[in-house]
Design a protein around this ligand. Structure first.
Ligand SMILES: [Zn+2]
Length: 344
């Protein structure tokens, strides 16, 4: 089973937290900031495990009953609070856009009770920048004199929107995008992936492990990507007449789904960039590692000048389509402007 408390990347932040907690130097409030999907929730669960772990020499151990229950999200003292989007939590079916005072009042009532099973009650508040003003003020009061066995973990990708007095009460952990090598290592450890697949994923997800995991779990996206790359290879291999026909079909596809078509072109641009890089012999910077054999084949066939021209032509076509230039004309110019192999 995949350990959901295992964090990908952020090793320095995790080590610092583990050391402080094992010395008994934890804060009553943490604010974890960083871009969407960078791993704020995973780090928060790591912190919750470290606070409650039974193993004193390696905190969190990831093995004991406490760590296990937190990672399976069934621990009675570890709760996640988020915006009640469908009104389910308030029991009235009305959509909410903020974390309400009722949600925060409930935490405040509960947090004076002893933990049920662990050492600490941990409340993870997602998107805490979306707390109503009333809710923020109520939480602030609790943080001025926090109960002994309670830790609040606030998460936000826009910390500038949080009440500054609230920020000043919390220890800030600011997470940055994860570099691709660290991400690749984490993906291999967590999902037991093949190295090439892990490398490709980590290079496409812009330093955000959450996106890599979503891509991995989303079969539809994987198929879409693989089909689009098959097309890029087929086009690289085709002559002028086939490209002309292909352009006609692509224009029809564009009228049906503009966003999807632009995404396909963007992927082709990425693939040609790989071909260009390969033509310089720098294979470890290639994104689409699982297709490296074909990429080096076309790099040999097209050479750097023509590969660069393809990247440029695709970039121009995407920019024109985004500015609503005539799509069939733009696509036709693209198909006829891309260099063709001499033998075709
Ligand atoms: Zn443990």
């Amino acid at each position: 089973m995949v350990e959901s408390s295992t964090v990908i990347g952020h090793q320095v932040a995790l080590d610092r937290l583990s050391v402080a907690i094992s010395k008994g130097q934890n804060s009553h409030a943490y604010l974890i900031t960083g871009p969407e999907s960078v791993g704020k929730n995973s780090v928060a669960r790591y912190l919750a495990s470290a606070l409650n772990c039974e193993n004193l020499s390696e905190t969190p151990c990831g093995q004991c009953a406490q760590c296990n229950r937190i990672s399976r999200r069934v621990h009675a003292d570890c709760e996640t609070i988020s915006v009640d989007l469908d009104g389910y939590l308030h029991g009235d079916g009305n959509k909410r856009t903020v974390i309400t005072i009722e949600q925060i009042r409930r935490i405040i009532r509960e947090c004076y009770l002893k933990p049920y099973e662990g050492k600490y009650r941990v409340y993870i508040i997602q998107q805490c920048d979306r707390m109503s003003e009333e809710a923020s003020n109520a939480l602030l009061k609790t943080l001025e004199e926090p109960p002994e066995q309670v830790v609040l973990i606030l998460l936000s990708s826009v910390p500038e929107k949080i009440l500054p007095t609230l920020v000043s009460r919390a220890q800030v952990i600011s997470l940055k995008k994860v570099n691709w090598l660290e991400l690749e290592k984490g993906l291999i450890q967590k999902f037991n992936l093949d190295k090439k697949i892990a490398e490709e994923l980590s290079k496409t997800c812009d330093g955000k492990p959450g996106i890599a995991v979503k891509m991995l779990e989303d079969e539809k996206y994987r198929k879409w990507r693989s089909d689009a790359l098959d097309e890029a290879e087929a086009l690289a291999d085709s002559g002028p007449y086939q490209r002309f026909l292909y352009g006609g079909n692509f224009s029809k596809r564009y009228t049906k789904d503009r966003e999807d078509s632009i995404a396909v072109l963007t992927l082709w641009q990425e693939w040609w960039r790989d071909v260009l890089i390969s033509s310089y012999g720098i294979n470890d910077s290639i994104i689409n590692q699982s297709r490296i054999d074909k990429i080096s084949y076309y790099a040999n066939q097209y050479g750097s000048t023509n590969s660069a021209k393809n990247v440029r032509i695709l970039t121009q076509a995407i920019a024109k389509l985004q500015k609503n230039f005539n799509p069939s004309l733009t696509i036709e110019q693209l198909m006829l402007g891309m260099p063709i192999l001499a033998k075709k």
